[in-house]
Write a protein that binds this ligand. Structure first.
Ligand code: HEM
Length: 380
């Protein structure tokens, strides 16, 4: 088994840092431990009540768990997204190679840039990502879901060397995307890519590099999140037979059910910002340059915002969860993610009415920011 310097440092250093954290803040949490990953909600509950604006010595970052503070920081221009990715990698002991295909692609992602660059990119993308464009995709999504249910025996293959594979895939997918961009430039159709090529705002167009980078952002931001929403939603509804029966009796409840799955098992559990100046948050001063982890999944179980937050209610209204974030970086793909999950979960429950969990304790993936299942064994 390969052991990285970062994992050794973590194994040796964690107990010391956690003791220091406890000494200085009165409480300490290891959000990366397997126990927390399996069930983060007990820890979130404790953090929310004991130290809602918590300095983690282990992560060298602030963690916010209350809905009020999480949503206000997301909307606050005194916090930046630039540099958040490098900072979290450095804290884990990894240095990102600026010349790697991965960095060349993602350093201009709108997710990691502040205004005015963000305003310009987002303005152009909003013009292509319209409700009409998403509506037009519904038949295609339905066809894909039906095709997958028709042939449910395919297993995903996991390669051992993830980063090398990502870089290889980026090079190959880059060529694929570039071929399609060229094709659509010559022969525009009515799809999203043709629209992205043609959108213009105040005389501005997307450059070829920006277009390529955007396609990768859609792939990265839209694939795992929607997969996790779909699997987490199915897992959750199968664990709540009363809510399952309710949905089967009234399939139109799928829209509010999706919102409840987004709140209850939030696919993106944490996102990051960096303070651009000293800011007071919940009675503490976050110093300029300090990183802040916004625990979206914790805020979504805050009893100050949601009545009986640990109860699943597929008809819950209002349900102003933060699973798609707030403010200028609010998820551009929210309508598409919602439509994909609604069609997938709705179709699975309709076409496989005897679907049952094979295990009550499935394996969660060992990541902190994306909450998703490694596998979801079912019978049908
Ligand atoms: C259910 C599925 C999804 C979830 C839970 C989700 C979640 C999020 C969250 C939390 C953010 C904001 C992060 C922050 O504020 O730091 C975000 C941004 C974004 N998402 Fe999604 N997303 C989903 C699906 C999609 C899809 C399908 C696409 C596109 C095909 C997409 C594209 C984007 C983009 C481009 C941004 C950056 C927006 C900006 O910086 O202005 N997402 N998403």
């Amino acid at each position: 088994m390969a052991v990285s310097a970062a994992s050794v440092a973590r194994a040796v250093g964690s107990p010391i840092l956690l003791s220091w954290e406890k000494l200085t803040t009165g409480v300490s949490y290891d959000l990366l431990s397997q126990k927390v990953q399996a069930d983060p909600y007990a820890v979130y509950r404790e953090m929310r009540s004991k130290d809602p604006v918590h300095w983690s010595e282990l992560a060298r970052a602030w963690f916010l768990t209350r809905y009020a503070e999480v949503s206000s920081v997301l909307k606050d221009s005194r916090f930046s997204v630039e540099g958040t990715q490098q900072k979290s990698n450095e804290r884990m002991g990894y240095k990102l190679d600026e010349a790697s295909p991965l960095r060349r692609i993602n350093k201009r992602w709108m997710l990691f840039v502040d205004p005015p660059d963000h305003t310009r990119l987002r303005g152009l993308v909003n013009r292509a990502f319209t409700p009409k464009a998403v509506e037009g995709l519904r038949p295609k999504i339905q066809e894909l879901v039906d095709g997958l249910i028709d042939g449910v025996h395919i297993d995903p293959i996991l390669a051992p060397d993830v980063v090398a594979r990502i870089n290889r895939v980026i090079l190959e997918a880059g060529e694929y995307f570039e071929r399609h961009i060229e094709q659509r430039r010559r022969n525009p159709t009515d799809d999203l890519l043709s629209t992205l090529i043609s959108v213009e705002e105040q005389g501005e167009r997307l450059s070829s590099d920006e277009l390529l980078s955007l396609l990768f952002l859609f792939l990265a931001a839209g694939t795992e999140t929607t997969t996790n929403l779909t699997c987490n939603g199915l897992y959750t509804i199968l664990r709540h037979p009363d809510q399952l029966a309710r949905l089967q009796q009234d399939p139109l409840l799928i829209e509010t059910a999706i919102e409840e799955f987004l709140r209850f098992e939030t696919p993106v559990q944490v996102t990051g910002r960096v303070a651009l100046e000293d800011v007071e948050v919940g009675g503490k001063i976050i110093r300029k340059g300090h990183p802040v982890g916004l625990l979206l999944g914790a805020a979504n179980r805050d009893p100050e915002q949601f009545a009986d937050p640990d109860r699943l209610d597929i008809g819950r209204t209002p349900n102003r969860h933060d699973a798609f974030s707030f403010g200028i970086h609010f998820c551009v793909g929210a309508p598409l993610g919602r439509a994909e999950a609604a069609i997938a979960i709705g179709t699975v429950l309709r076409r496989l009415p005897n679907l049952k969990l094979r295990s009550e304790t499935p394996q969660w993936r060992p990541t902190m920011n994306n909450r998703g299942l490694q596998t979801l064994p079912v019978t049908f």
